[in-house]
Design a protein around this ligand. Structure first.
Ligand code: UDP
Length: 478
């Protein structure tokens, strides 16, 4: 495999957000490792981060490149330095940011004309890329960064509209036709179509769906053994063309590659790993809520109190900088926790922390990348969904896969998250780290971790599906 497809050239165009670009850069690396020419499209301020991530691929002689196009911040009145969703001034500017991405259409088309790739893999949040590919008669494949379970759940909600028959927030309903009798409440469903403040998001998702249905297919960052029932349902019952080629993260083979994904770390990696080296196996709880969730000071204090009450070692990633001060911490907290806990203000080397044998539990917001990383690293989870499709992911983790316990969040409120008291944090962390139930989950996740690794090895389900996709593309070309 490899040389026979040497001439294929694929554009990878991720949405400008860490949770979207990290897996898509992994994807570009994976294709490049198969002999495909991979070109990642991004903007100047996002380029250094991606460049660092593909350094090793380049050293290995893979045909992988970056092309930048100017981001029109000033044309839509965004601050100059704002080229990524993690740096928008407020959640309300999301729609403005998306408007700016639409202005990338012209420069993208210039690149398509100049480079004439055989395929464009672009993010769900860039639906207009479909129109560009049509102009140049190039197939477009969608990447939306989610797993099969949530893709199916969202689609069943859209097609069968169960909320029309739900009359209170607390009433549970079963997601119609979705295998597994998955019960939800109205409070857990993203209110994009209901609340005016989410109008822009609702429109974008409608456009995304329309363009997805017209595109050549969907790449899913998952592996068959993890969600086989839902992978089959997505293809057979919902009639979608999809290839599962994940976990994409596993294309990073050594520590250096794993460490170089995403933003720059806010902690010295070696010091962090040395701290973990001194801890007993499975004795540390790691808390991180992805790149976007941003809790209030009150919520952060509750987490701190909960952590102290567990008596466990911890590494806690908080979206605050030194300049923000320490108001959000109970007085003297860091001093009291010296040796017991580390707070990372900003960006953590998540993949390395999860893979360390001292890490025994992961308190997560249920972002899909984080879940996959937790699974491959065999770390059971406390689920704390916040936004996007995370409440669906929580169901998969706790009720289908049985590798986690809920912290008890009741309501989808967006990036600030629903509030959780300190004693719930304490209870959930102890539950996932102590006793028979915890052992069972550990065993369950161990099996999934093995399967995830096998899936990407020669002959594995993801390995094979990737080959199928590359072959289909090469046939299209001829
Ligand atoms: N991540 C990281 N360090 C951090 C925060 C996030 O390395 O401090 C990485 C994490 O490993 C994952 C991605 O950023 O690959 C976050 O994606 P996810 O889907 O979990 O959540 P999102 O940020 O999209 O909400």
């Amino acid at each position: 495999m490899g040389s026979e497809y040497h001439t294929s050239h694929i554009f990878f165009f991720p949405f400008l957000a860490p949770g979207h670009s990290i897996p898509m850069v992994d994807m570009a690396k994976l294709f490049a490792s198969k002999g495909v020419k991979a070109t990642i499209i991004t903007t100047p301020l996002n380029e250094p981060c991606i460049s660092k991530s593909i350094e090793k691929s380049k050293i290995n002689g893979h045909n992988i490149h970056i092309k930048t196009i100017e981001f029109p911040s000033s044309q839509v009145c965004l601050p100059n330095q704002c080229e990524n969703i993690d740096s928008i001034p407020s959640p309300e500017t999301f729609t403005t940011f998306c408007k700016a991405t639409k202005l990338l259409q012209e420069p993208l088309e210039k690149l398509l004309l100049e480079q004439n790739p055989d395929c464009v893999v672009s993010d769900l949040f860039l639906p207009w890329t479909y129109d560009s590919t049509v102009k140049f008669e190039i197939p477009r494949i969608v990447f939306n960064g989610c797993g099969f379970f949530s893709l199916c759940a969202v689609e069943c909600m859209r097609l069968y509209e169960p909320l029309k028959n739900v009359f209170s927030d607390s009433e549970t309903f079963v997601i119609p036709n979705l295998p597994g009798e998955i019960k939800m409440t109205r409070l857990q469903i993203p209110p994009f179509e209901i609340l005016k403040e989410f109008e822009g998001m609702a429109r974008l998702l409608r456009e995304a769906k329309e363009s997805e249905l017209k595109s050549f297919g969907v790449i899913v960052n998952s592996f068959y053994e993890l969600e086989n029932v839902y992978a089959d349902y997505y293809r057979k019952a919902l009639g979608r063309k999809a290839w599962h080629i994940g976990p994409l993260f596993l294309c990073n083979k050594d520590i250096e590659e794993k460490a170089n994904r995403g933003n720059s770390d806010s902690i010295d990696q070696h010091a962090c790993l040395k701290w973990l080296d001194a801890k007993k196996p499975s004795s540390v709880v790691y808390l991180c809520f992805g790149s976007m969730a941003n809790f209030s000071n009150t919520q952060l204090r509750e987490i701190a109190m909960g952590l102290e009450a567990t008596g466990k070692n911890f590494i806690w990633v908080v979206r605050r900088s030194k300049e923000d001060g320490d108001e959000w911490l109970p007085e003297g907290f860091e001093k009291n926790m010296e040796g017991k806990g580390v707070i990372i203000r900003g960006w953590s080397p998540q993949a390395l922390i999860l893979e360390h044998e001292a890490t025994g539990a992961f308190v997560t917001h249920c972002g899909w990348n984080s879940i996959l990383e937790g699974i491959t690293a065999r770390v059971p989870m406390v689920t704390w969904p916040v936004a996007a499709e995370q409440f669906y992911n929580e169901k998969l983790v706790n009720e289908v896969l049985k590798i986690g316990v809920p912290v008890g969040v009741k309501k989808w409120v967006g990036l600030e998250g629903d509030s959780v008291e300190w004693n719930k944090v304490e209870k959930a962390v102890k539950r996932i780290m102590e006793g028979e139930e915890a052992d069972e989950m550990k065993n369950n996740i161990k099996v999934l971790s093995e399967l995830s690794k096998r899936a990407v090895e020669e002959g594995g389900s993801s390995y094979s599906d990737l080959n199928v996709l590359i072959e289909e593309l090469s046939l299209l070309r001829h």
